[in-house]
Ligand binder design. Structure first.
Ligand code: DC
Length: 220
Protein backbone atom coordinates (compact mmCIF):
# COMPACT_ATOMS: atom_id res chain seq x y z
CA UNK A 1 0.00 0.00 0.00
CA UNK A 2 1.31 3.47 -0.80
CA UNK A 3 -0.54 6.44 0.63
CA UNK A 4 0.99 9.88 0.31
CA UNK A 5 -0.59 12.53 2.54
CA UNK A 6 0.10 16.14 1.58
CA UNK A 7 -1.13 18.83 3.93
CA UNK A 8 -0.61 22.56 4.05
CA UNK A 9 -2.28 25.94 3.88
CA UNK A 10 -4.33 27.17 0.93
CA UNK A 11 -2.68 28.46 -2.22
CA UNK A 12 0.55 26.48 -1.87
CA UNK A 13 -0.08 24.68 -5.15
CA UNK A 14 -0.83 21.39 -3.42
CA UNK A 15 -3.43 20.41 -6.02
CA UNK A 16 -1.13 21.03 -9.00
CA UNK A 17 1.76 19.23 -7.35
CA UNK A 18 -0.25 16.32 -5.95
CA UNK A 19 -1.94 15.74 -9.31
CA UNK A 20 1.38 15.74 -11.18
CA UNK A 21 3.04 13.44 -8.64
CA UNK A 22 0.09 11.03 -8.76
CA UNK A 23 0.25 10.89 -12.52
CA UNK A 24 4.06 10.41 -12.52
CA UNK A 25 3.88 7.55 -10.00
CA UNK A 26 0.64 5.98 -11.21
CA UNK A 27 -1.28 6.76 -8.02
CA UNK A 28 -4.85 7.98 -7.57
CA UNK A 29 -5.11 11.70 -6.80
CA UNK A 30 -7.67 12.76 -4.20
CA UNK A 31 -8.40 16.42 -3.52
CA UNK A 32 -10.25 16.60 -0.19
CA UNK A 33 -10.55 20.41 -0.39
CA UNK A 34 -12.66 19.95 -3.53
CA UNK A 35 -15.19 17.99 -1.46
CA UNK A 36 -15.41 20.75 1.17
CA UNK A 37 -15.72 23.23 -1.70
CA UNK A 38 -18.63 21.33 -3.27
CA UNK A 39 -20.48 21.31 0.08
CA UNK A 40 -19.82 25.06 0.26
CA UNK A 41 -21.20 25.45 -3.27
CA UNK A 42 -24.39 23.67 -2.31
CA UNK A 43 -24.81 25.89 0.77
CA UNK A 44 -24.43 29.00 -1.41
CA UNK A 45 -26.90 27.68 -3.96
CA UNK A 46 -29.46 26.92 -1.23
CA UNK A 47 -28.57 30.03 0.84
CA UNK A 48 -27.78 27.87 3.86
CA UNK A 49 -25.77 29.74 6.54
CA UNK A 50 -22.39 27.91 6.81
CA UNK A 51 -22.28 28.66 10.56
CA UNK A 52 -25.76 27.20 11.24
CA UNK A 53 -24.99 23.60 12.13
CA UNK A 54 -28.62 22.40 12.17
CA UNK A 55 -29.34 23.86 8.74
CA UNK A 56 -26.10 22.39 7.37
CA UNK A 57 -26.87 18.95 8.84
CA UNK A 58 -30.28 19.12 7.23
CA UNK A 59 -28.68 19.95 3.88
CA UNK A 60 -26.13 17.13 4.27
CA UNK A 61 -28.87 14.56 4.86
CA UNK A 62 -29.58 14.52 1.14
CA UNK A 63 -26.13 15.36 -0.18
CA UNK A 64 -23.89 12.85 -1.92
CA UNK A 65 -20.22 13.73 -2.43
CA UNK A 66 -17.76 11.70 -4.47
CA UNK A 67 -14.33 12.12 -5.98
CA UNK A 68 -13.38 10.14 -9.04
CA UNK A 69 -11.04 10.51 -12.02
CA UNK A 70 -9.79 13.95 -10.81
CA UNK A 71 -13.34 15.25 -10.62
CA UNK A 72 -15.63 16.07 -7.69
CA UNK A 73 -19.29 15.15 -7.86
CA UNK A 74 -22.02 16.91 -5.89
CA UNK A 75 -25.26 14.92 -5.98
CA UNK A 76 -24.05 13.32 -9.21
CA UNK A 77 -23.15 16.64 -10.88
CA UNK A 78 -19.54 17.27 -11.88
CA UNK A 79 -18.89 20.61 -10.15
CA UNK A 80 -15.09 20.62 -10.60
CA UNK A 81 -15.18 23.72 -12.79
CA UNK A 82 -17.45 25.71 -10.46
CA UNK A 83 -15.62 25.56 -7.14
CA UNK A 84 -12.43 27.55 -7.72
CA UNK A 85 -13.67 31.00 -6.75
CA UNK A 86 -12.57 33.16 -3.79
CA UNK A 87 -16.12 33.13 -2.45
CA UNK A 88 -16.12 29.33 -2.35
CA UNK A 89 -12.62 29.20 -0.80
CA UNK A 90 -13.83 31.24 2.19
CA UNK A 91 -17.20 29.47 2.46
CA UNK A 92 -15.41 26.06 2.35
CA UNK A 93 -13.07 27.17 5.11
CA UNK A 94 -16.03 28.29 7.26
CA UNK A 95 -18.30 25.30 6.65
CA UNK A 96 -15.41 22.83 7.18
CA UNK A 97 -15.32 23.78 10.87
CA UNK A 98 -18.50 21.76 11.45
CA UNK A 99 -18.11 18.18 12.68
CA UNK A 100 -20.85 16.67 10.47
CA UNK A 101 -19.27 18.27 7.38
CA UNK A 102 -15.88 16.83 8.28
CA UNK A 103 -17.43 13.42 8.97
CA UNK A 104 -19.06 13.42 5.53
CA UNK A 105 -15.82 14.22 3.68
CA UNK A 106 -13.77 11.89 5.91
CA UNK A 107 -16.05 8.98 5.11
CA UNK A 108 -15.43 9.35 1.35
CA UNK A 109 -11.70 10.07 1.82
CA UNK A 110 -11.10 7.11 4.13
CA UNK A 111 -12.99 4.76 1.83
CA UNK A 112 -10.82 5.83 -1.13
CA UNK A 113 -7.59 5.55 0.86
CA UNK A 114 -8.52 2.06 2.06
CA UNK A 115 -8.85 0.64 -1.43
CA UNK A 116 -6.34 2.52 -3.59
CA UNK A 117 -2.77 3.77 -3.65
CA UNK A 118 -3.30 7.50 -3.32
CA UNK A 119 -1.83 10.94 -3.16
CA UNK A 120 -4.35 12.72 -0.97
CA UNK A 121 -4.11 16.40 -0.16
CA UNK A 122 -5.84 18.68 2.31
CA UNK A 123 -5.34 20.07 5.81
CA UNK A 124 -5.66 17.02 8.10
CA UNK A 125 -4.74 14.04 5.95
CA UNK A 126 -1.55 13.08 7.82
CA UNK A 127 -3.01 13.92 11.24
CA UNK A 128 -6.57 12.57 11.01
CA UNK A 129 -7.69 11.05 7.70
CA UNK A 130 -4.76 8.66 7.04
CA UNK A 131 -2.56 8.85 10.15
CA UNK A 132 -1.01 5.56 8.99
CA UNK A 133 0.08 7.01 5.60
CA UNK A 134 3.46 5.71 4.42
CA UNK A 135 4.56 9.22 3.37
CA UNK A 136 3.50 12.53 4.92
CA UNK A 137 4.48 15.92 3.62
CA UNK A 138 3.63 19.32 5.07
CA UNK A 139 3.89 21.78 2.22
CA UNK A 140 3.88 25.50 2.70
CA UNK A 141 5.02 28.78 1.17
CA UNK A 142 5.27 32.35 2.33
CA UNK A 143 1.82 34.06 2.24
CA UNK A 144 3.25 36.85 0.04
CA UNK A 145 4.48 34.23 -2.46
CA UNK A 146 1.14 32.40 -2.40
CA UNK A 147 -0.73 35.68 -2.94
CA UNK A 148 1.50 36.58 -5.90
CA UNK A 149 1.01 33.12 -7.48
CA UNK A 150 -2.77 33.45 -7.17
CA UNK A 151 -2.65 37.02 -8.49
CA UNK A 152 -0.61 35.95 -11.56
CA UNK A 153 -3.01 33.07 -12.19
CA UNK A 154 -6.06 35.40 -12.15
CA UNK A 155 -4.37 37.98 -14.40
CA UNK A 156 -3.39 35.20 -16.81
CA UNK A 157 -7.06 34.14 -16.92
CA UNK A 158 -7.96 37.74 -17.90
CA UNK A 159 -9.64 38.41 -14.51
CA UNK A 160 -9.20 41.47 -12.33
CA UNK A 161 -7.24 40.99 -9.09
CA UNK A 162 -5.95 42.97 -6.15
CA UNK A 163 -2.74 41.61 -4.65
CA UNK A 164 -3.29 43.14 -1.19
CA UNK A 165 -6.86 41.77 -0.97
CA UNK A 166 -5.71 38.31 -2.05
CA UNK A 167 -2.99 38.32 0.63
CA UNK A 168 -5.53 39.32 3.30
CA UNK A 169 -7.88 36.50 2.26
CA UNK A 170 -5.05 33.97 2.31
CA UNK A 171 -4.05 35.03 5.83
CA UNK A 172 -7.66 34.97 7.04
CA UNK A 173 -8.16 31.47 5.66
CA UNK A 174 -4.82 30.25 7.13
CA UNK A 175 -5.94 31.53 10.53
CA UNK A 176 -9.40 29.98 10.28
CA UNK A 177 -8.09 26.60 9.04
CA UNK A 178 -5.42 26.35 11.72
CA UNK A 179 -7.52 27.56 14.66
CA UNK A 180 -10.71 25.50 14.31
CA UNK A 181 -11.54 22.99 16.99
CA UNK A 182 -11.79 19.78 14.97
CA UNK A 183 -8.71 18.54 13.13
CA UNK A 184 -7.15 21.93 12.40
CA UNK A 185 -4.36 22.41 9.90
CA UNK A 186 -1.15 21.36 11.60
CA UNK A 187 1.97 19.48 10.70
CA UNK A 188 1.92 15.80 11.67
CA UNK A 189 4.89 14.93 13.88
CA UNK A 190 6.21 12.48 11.31
CA UNK A 191 5.62 14.71 8.25
CA UNK A 192 8.46 16.08 6.14
CA UNK A 193 8.33 19.89 6.04
CA UNK A 194 8.65 21.39 2.57
CA UNK A 195 8.83 25.14 1.99
CA UNK A 196 8.12 25.76 -1.70
CA UNK A 197 8.47 29.58 -1.64
CA UNK A 198 11.56 29.49 -3.83
CA UNK A 199 10.62 26.48 -5.98
CA UNK A 200 9.27 26.28 -9.50
CA UNK A 201 6.44 23.81 -10.13
CA UNK A 202 8.90 21.31 -11.65
CA UNK A 203 11.28 21.64 -8.69
CA UNK A 204 8.37 21.18 -6.31
CA UNK A 205 7.19 18.00 -8.10
CA UNK A 206 10.76 16.63 -8.03
CA UNK A 207 11.12 17.48 -4.34
CA UNK A 208 7.92 15.57 -3.47
CA UNK A 209 8.97 12.58 -5.60
CA UNK A 210 12.38 12.58 -3.88
CA UNK A 211 10.71 12.50 -0.45
CA UNK A 212 8.49 9.60 -1.55
CA UNK A 213 11.50 7.73 -2.95
CA UNK A 214 13.51 8.29 0.23
CA UNK A 215 10.63 7.10 2.45
CA UNK A 216 9.69 4.05 0.42
CA UNK A 217 12.95 3.14 -1.24
CA UNK A 218 11.01 3.28 -4.51
CA UNK A 219 12.34 4.70 -7.74
CA UNK A 220 10.41 7.96 -8.33
O1 DC B 1 -7.41 22.88 -0.28
P1 DC B 1 -8.55 23.84 -0.59
O2 DC B 1 -8.12 25.28 -0.67
O3 DC B 1 -9.32 23.43 -1.80
O4 DC B 1 -9.56 23.71 0.66
C1 DC B 1 -10.71 24.52 0.81
C2 DC B 1 -11.09 24.58 2.29
O5 DC B 1 -11.56 23.31 2.72
C3 DC B 1 -9.96 24.93 3.25
O6 DC B 1 -9.82 26.34 3.43
C4 DC B 1 -10.35 24.24 4.52
C5 DC B 1 -11.14 23.04 4.05
N1 DC B 1 -10.37 21.79 4.10
C6 DC B 1 -10.29 21.14 5.32
O7 DC B 1 -10.79 21.66 6.31
N2 DC B 1 -9.68 19.94 5.41
C7 DC B 1 -9.13 19.36 4.32
N3 DC B 1 -8.55 18.16 4.45
C8 DC B 1 -9.17 20.01 3.07
C9 DC B 1 -9.79 21.26 2.99
Amino acid sequence: MLRVAIDGPGGTGKSTIAKAVASRLGLEYIDTGAMYRSIALKSIRLTVDPEDENAVVDMLSDTVIDFDDNKVFLDGEDVSGLIRTNEISMQASTISKLGPVRAKVDEVSKRLAATKNVVMEGRDIGTAVIPEAEVKIFMTADPAVRAKRRYDQLIEQGKSANLEEIKEEIEKRDYQDSHREINPLKQAEDAVFLDTSEMSIEENIDAVCDIIAAKTGAEA
